[in-house]
Write a protein that binds this ligand. Structure first.
Ligand code: DGJ
Length: 739
């Protein structure tokens, strides 16, 4: 044995001993064991073989007898894995694995191989129904270890998965890839539902059968990462995803920056899913004894189609993730589309009166209220200079807030705190706070640049923008947090390792949001990004709602909100009535009611009958919002392949349901020719059906039986016709249990 190997062996023994002592609390070290990650209805079973390699041995429905998981393997006749690691629970590169790795490193000595062996695992109960499984893996040659975490929210069939890396080598280890999750699924074939988009046409779905090789979903935009492709997807096993049957998985990365999700169908026809931060320009230098934690990957698995899966995900999100997900929301009047940048104190005072008159909870002042040397009169200047513009608001924001208090309405404000216009005092004072290549011409997206949130001074600046607004205006009740530019010319004059900028940007953003939430835990905040360019479940722990799209044409919104609903609940989905679209006002209001209702119209230009319709709609919304926000959602009739769409929300006790129906075709005789089968009701209860939100005095055309009494069984098995047609393009029904 060479001197070098002896020395290395000694080092390893020492490191190994260190690891064992660190993990003395863990249950461990029986090899050839199963580690089931179970929810009420699903299971992923990790299997440790006699060589201490760890595999995804089973992924599917939960079995009653966990001992039977191990028998799945015997039922396979797949002999195409000479490496023995194709189904690794965390594939590494540089040793036996020749498929896409979850992790790829360059060790301190320049070696590029990594092999991970099981050391130990522990299971702990985090809360009722929340079980955390932690698995420690270690390279037998290098003192490098990875901890895999699986958090199972059992009652919701949701699992969050992430990884943590740490080493004790002689110098930095470069992490070239460091995924959050590595799944492996044995089925005949797989169908992917993915989304693409752009401004005003977010969330366009595409469904394709996955072919052999890798399909990558990713973003490299840096900030508003989901503009072209959001970090969410559905996989249907053995068939294209269906609403009420079949095995499906809904997945998502909890990360507000560049992400990458690889779906690889391998030579054995199995699907490997590797998801995490996008490593295309993000390698990370990990110093000895420091750890790196990946973002979380989230999935839910269902035997009963996307309907059940999304209800689980929505309910999980309300309970565990979205800020105040089980609480209340404020209806609002926004001034963006009625004034754009053109307003002053007097105008705002009249808008406050309009807010009160309309009957919503809050007035939201949008872009254009700040900047003096470079006034924000259009989107070319002022961003970064967060002082009220003296010409428009001589008495500051304070005077408007005081007026709101006087009128008896709440007040909220728009910010875009991560951004700067080159035409701003901020840019003049702190050019080094801006992300831009030092030796290249600047390039703008909406005439602006992104501030370098990896820099703690910039984090302080952004925190202080929000903090000082609250200090000066303690009754400030809402923030709209916008983010319009992507990152071009990525370079930070603060960071040493440029390849860490995209990661440190997002971490910096989260640090600011943490500080804001520590001081202002409850204030509602809307996550906006020039429309829906940024929503994910990491960001939503700081935000109460998100802006799905600037496209508020209600016909478009039927499709957009339909697609968003696979992943996000109505309580978080802001929906405003605006001048977009040619549909009647009632249609617009009905569509916006399906989410978190707001208005962005000139109230003073509404005809008296329009105003009174909106006023009563808001009163109605007050009565049904509880069901929409906190109930279970059922997608009944898809707008993609029918003349109309039908969506239903059912209160948890099944005593009340709200059913929204919208015509989406103008073909001859388009409408609800057949009854719509309702879902989620109690078959034993009887319900009364009522049409609501009729336009001023219009009469309902529903065909009701004499007693207006229908069993839940009838409504679900036979259905009820909402009578949607060219004369009744949107119809809202309430089903109330009467006995
Ligand atoms: C983009 C947002 O999506 C809009 O609602 C509006 O706030 C503008 N920014 C303001 O510049």
């Amino acid at each position: 044995m060479s001197q070098y190997s002896i020395l290395k062996q000694k080092m390893l023994l020492k490191a190994f001993a260190g690891t064992i002592s660190c993990f003395c609390l863990l249950t461990s070290s029986v090899f050839a064991q199963d580690i089931p990650i179970e929810t009420n209805n699903s299971a992923m079973v990790l299997q440790v073989d006699k060589n201490k390699m760890i595999h995804v041995g089973y992924f599917g429905v939960r079995l009653k007898d966990p001992k039977e998981y191990g028998q799945f393997d015997n039922q396979l006749q797949q002999n195409g894995d000479p490496s023995g690691v194709a189904n690794s629970a965390y594939s590494s590169s540089g040793s036996r694995n020749l498929f896409e790795p979850a992790i790829s490193v360059i060790h301190a000595d320049g070696n590029t191989s990594l092999a991970l062996r099981y050391i130990s695992s522990k299971v702990s109960k985090e809360a009722d129904g929340v079980i955390l499984t932690e698995v420690l893996l270690k390279d037998p040659v290098y003192d490098f270890n990875v901890r895999l975490f699986y958090k199972a929210y059992q009652n919701f069939d949701v699992v969050e998965q992430w990884a943590e890396m740490e080493h004790h080598e002689k110098g930095n280890v470069r992490l070239n890839k460091f995924a959050s999750a590595n799944l492996y699924w044995n089925r005949s074939n797989f169908w992917l539902k993915q989304y693409h988009g752009d401004w005003a046409r977010e969330m366009q779905p595409e469904v394709t059968e996955l072919t052999h090789g890798i399909k990558t979903l990713d973003s490299k935009l840096g900030t508003r990462a989901d503009l072209f492709q959001p970090p969410i997807f559905v996989v249907g096993a053995n068939r294209s995803p269906e609403e009420d049957f079949g095995e499906v998985m809904l997945g998502s990365i909890e990360w507000s920056g560049n992400y990458r999700i690889d779906l690889e169908v391998d030579n054995q026809n199995n699907l490997r899913i590797i998801a995490g931060v996008n490593n295309f320009a993000d390698s990370y230098e990990l110093a000895p004894d420091k750890s790196f934690t990946t973002p979380k990957f989230l999935y839910t698995l269902s035997e009963n189609g996307t309907g059940a899966a999304s209800r689980n995900l929505q309910a999980w999100a309300r309970k565990y993730r979205i800020l105040d997900g089980q609480g209340e929301r404020l209806t609002l009047l926004n001034n963006w589309e009625s004034t754009y940048f053109n307003f002053n104190e007097e105008k705002l005072k009249s808008l406050l009166e309009d807010t009160k008159n309309l009957g919503v909870d809050l007035f939201l002042l949008d872009d254009g209220w700040f900047g003096n040397k470079y006034p924000r009169n259009d989107d070319h200047a002022g961003l970064g200079d967060w002082q009220a513009n003296k010409k428009k608001l001589p008495n500051g924001i304070e005077a408007v807030v005081q007026q709101a208090d006087k009128v008896g309405t709440k007040f909220g404000i728009w910010l875009e705190p991560e951004m700067v216009n080159p035409k701003s005092e901020l840019y003049e004072k702190h050019p080094d706070w801006v992300i831009k290549q030092p030796n290249r011409p600047e390039y703008y997206f909406r005439n602006q640049l992104v501030l370098d949130l990896s820099n703690p001074k910039v984090q302080d600046f952004v925190f202080n923008i929000v903090d000082s607004l609250f200090i000066k205006n303690p009754t400030l009740a809402y923030i709209k947090w916008d983010c319009n530019a992507v990152i071009y010319n990525a370079y930070s004059s603060y960071l040493t390792h440029q390849s860490e900028l995209y990661i440190e940007y997002v971490r910096g953003l989260y640090k600011v949001l943490e500080r804001i939430r520590a001081k202002y835990p409850k204030v509602p905040m809307m996550l906006c990004s020039g429309g829906g360019g940024r929503v994910d479940y990491a960001a939503l722990q700081y935000f109460t709602e998100f802006w799905p799209s600037d496209n508020t044409d209600p016909l478009e919104r039927v499709f957009l909100q339909w697609e968003y609903s696979y992943f996000y609940p109505a309580i978080a989905t802001a929906a405003h009535v605006t001048n977009w679209g040619r549909q009647p006002l009632k249609y617009k209001v009905d569509v916006a009611m399906m989410g978190k209702l707001g208005f962005d119209i000139a109230v003073n230009k509404l005809k008296p009958e329009e105003l009174s319709f909106c006023q009563s709609a808001i009163k109605l919304y007050d009565q049904i919002k509880d069901v929409i926000w906190h109930g279970d959602q059922y997608r009944l009739v898809s707008p993609w392949n029918h003349d109309f769409a039908s969506i239903m929300y059912v209160a948890p006790e099944k005593t009340k349901a709200v059913i929204f129906n919208y015509l989406v075709s103008n073909r001859y005789a388009a409408g609800s020719t057949l009854p719509v089968k309702l879902k989620g009701l109690d078959p034993e209860k009887h319900y009364r059906i009522q049409e609501v939100n009729l336009y001023n005095g219009a009469t309902s055309k529903l065909q009701l039986n004499a007693a207006n009494r229908y069993s839940g069984a009838f409504l679900m098995q036979v259905g009820f016709n909402p009578v949607v047609n060219a004369g009744r393009t949107s119809v809202v029904l309430i089903a109330s249990a009467i006995d």
